[in-house]
Design a protein. Sequence first.
Length: 251
Amino acid sequence: MQEASTRDVAADTGIPKSNLARWKKQSSDILHFEGTMKRFHLHGAGRPVMIPNADGLEAFMHKRRDAELALTCTHLVNYLKRNHKPWLEQYLSDHRSGYKSLLKLLQQFCARHGFTRQKPARSKQTQEQLEKVRQEFAQDFNVAFSGFSPSVIINVHETGMSYDMPPHSIWSVKGGSSKISSGEKHSYRMTAVLSVRANGEKLPILFILRGSPVAALKLASLRPIRLVTTMLFKRAPGWMPGSGHFTFGTY
């Protein structure tokens, strides 16, 4: 095959002639390659990084977010201005719309390194304080439950779910009333309890519905959301009985 022409090899294999011509020029490097054969790409492939010291910029971004400080493109530009001012001035002068090009470059850099645009949220405690509480709880938990096997330790999390939600808009006669009855203005709500054992085994989802224990469940309204094997329970009115535990009845 090395003695055949590029056109014949392309016709037999379906590989583009441009690839074959490039491989022919790199044949000496490919045949005398002494590195690992498990690497799928040649060294130096991929898009070159335009921003100087990209690792330092990424570390700066993580440092600000770990300290729960705001991170915007303005902070990135100030970082480049302090540490790579000659490159920044050259980049702005080489582009017709220097600021717009720089802004797009920084946005692409953030997206490529796992950052997304989000609305800032306020927290009552810093991340360091929360991490300290987590470590203290982990130590107390390991001491208190060290004699239990992972199969009997269950981590439980509950989240609210809404179903049969009212429509956002409806069709109504032009010039007529768009009122609906009070029974169709609100959605129904249930609590989904997600449980997983310490050994990684996931338990079936537990759906908790509010209502009297003797009421019948209308399973027809739940069919669109029954995607997995579930256990359905109804909870009596009120949050906590006198014993401090929920009393469930299976239906």
